[in-house]
Design a protein around this ligand. Structure first.
Ligand SMILES: Nc1ncnc2c1ncn2[C@@H]1O[C@H](COP(=O)(O)OP(=O)(O)O)[C@@H](O)[C@H]1O
Ligand SMILES: O=P(O)(O)OC[C@H]1O[C@](O)(COP(=O)(O)O)[C@@H](O)[C@@H]1O
Ligand SMILES: [Mg+2]
Length: 323
């Protein structure tokens, strides 16, 4: 095993990616490896945007959102031609192992690199929490905290106008951001792709609560379950509710990472380097039952997401009893 590893971030950026980069660079340094930072994910790899990254380059980044390595979604890397170009760059820079921080799509790319003979380790970086093999992905906790903060700001103005706030959050096909933020932020209703919803029931509940004098109504909708605007339009047209749709959008992906995300990213970065030190690739690192784990990429990606029905049931108890 030669002593030079590459690191890239790919897909949607997340708070905590920088903490992961920092950890990999420091762990590699301690192990006698040098690290090459690959700018802009697989696109940068194909283009040869590769530069030495040293301990001094990662000083002070633990608290920064985004990713100092930049990121991208790169269609070309999905083609064999693109993958061969990337492989040539890896060889040209004498890189013997790669760490990829990204989500489900990025891990497909990590699998490709491993199968091309470059030991590659994935660290889960996505706000969506949509990777089944790990309890949490890096960035999810910060995103949930961000949504909870916005919910209380939105609630202030919705309450003042006696409006219904329909807040659309990210998550791709996964409802976790809406579910966790819904519980922590005290949403009256959540709409997530994992559970069928009845818009008329939600309207009736809101109207019933209003009759009893409770005018506060926040509905969180995960983007995978539909558009906030469509829900608000329906509420206005069919239930005469003064509903406003708010799409939180990219503010969910920015900002300083939470302590939990920094801690997880740091431990996962350390594990990634330990694996590469042993020449082990084709694995992804994660956290299960509060312990850092690693698992074969193919196995991890073949797992089906387990919906946290226990949490949803807790939410329902609170939602149904809110008045
Ligand atoms: N099947 C695949 N084979 C190779 N690379 C892939 C594959 N799927 C995704 N990727 C790479 O990973 C990048 C990020 O994937 P994407 O799904 O957009 O984000 P994320 O990794 O955050 O889920 C893609 O733009 C592409 O470069
Ligand atoms: O940044 P883009 O390309 O607009 O993509 C938006 C998507 O990225 C995310 O923010 C994060 O998704 P990934 O981590 O899979 O990249 C999703 O929640 C959202 O659907
Ligand atoms: Mg993804």
């Amino acid at each position: 095993m030669k002593k030079r590893i590459g690191i890239l971030t790919s897909g949607g950026d997340t708070p905590g990616m920088n903490a992961g980069i920092r950890s990999v660079v420091m762990a590699a340094d301690a192990a006698g490896f040098s690290v090459m930072g690959i700018t802009k994910g697989y696109a940068g790899l194909i283009e040869g945007r590769v530069d030495r990254i040293k301990t001094e380059d990662v000083a002070g980044i633990v608290e920064k959102g985004g990713t100092i390595l930049k990121t991208a979604r790169c269609e070309e890397f999905k083609t064999q031609e693109g993958q061969q170009k990337a492989l040539q760059v890896i060889k040209a820079f004498d890189i013997s192992g790669v760490v990829v921080i990204g989500g489900d799509g990025s891990f497909q790319g990590a699998k490709v690199l491993s199968h091309l003979g470059v030991p590659t380790i994935g660290i889960p970086g996505t706000i969506d929490n949509d990777l089944a093999y790990t309890d949490f992905t890096i960035g999810f906790d910060t995103a949930v905290n961000g949504v909870v903060g916005e919910m209380s700001r939105i609630r202030d103005t919705m309450n003042s106008h006696e409006r219904v706030g329909v807040i659309e959050v990210m998550g791709n096909k996964c409802g976790d951001i809406a579910l966790y933020a819904g519980i922590a932020g005290g949403a009256e209703h959540i709409i997530i792709p994992e559970v069928e919803f009845d818009i008329d029931y939600i309207c009736d509940k809101i109207i019933g609560n209003r009759i009893k004098g409770n005018m506060t109504s926040i509905v969180l909708i995960a983007e995978g379950a539909g558009k906030g605007e469509a829900v608000a339009n329906y509420m206005r047209a069919k239930a005469k509710l003064d509903a406003k749709a708010i799409v939180l959008g990219y503010i969910q992906r920015g900002g300083t990472p939470s302590a939990a995300d920094r801690l997880r990213a740091t431990s996962m970065g350390m594990r990634a380097v330990q694996l590469l030190e042993k020449g082990i690739g084709n694995r992804v690192v994660g956290i299960r039952d509060n312990k850092i784990i690693d698992e074969d990429i193919d196995e991890a990606l073949s797992k089906e997401l387990i919906f946290r029905k226990d949490l949803y049931d807790e939410f329902k108890i609170m939602s149904e009893n809110m008045q």
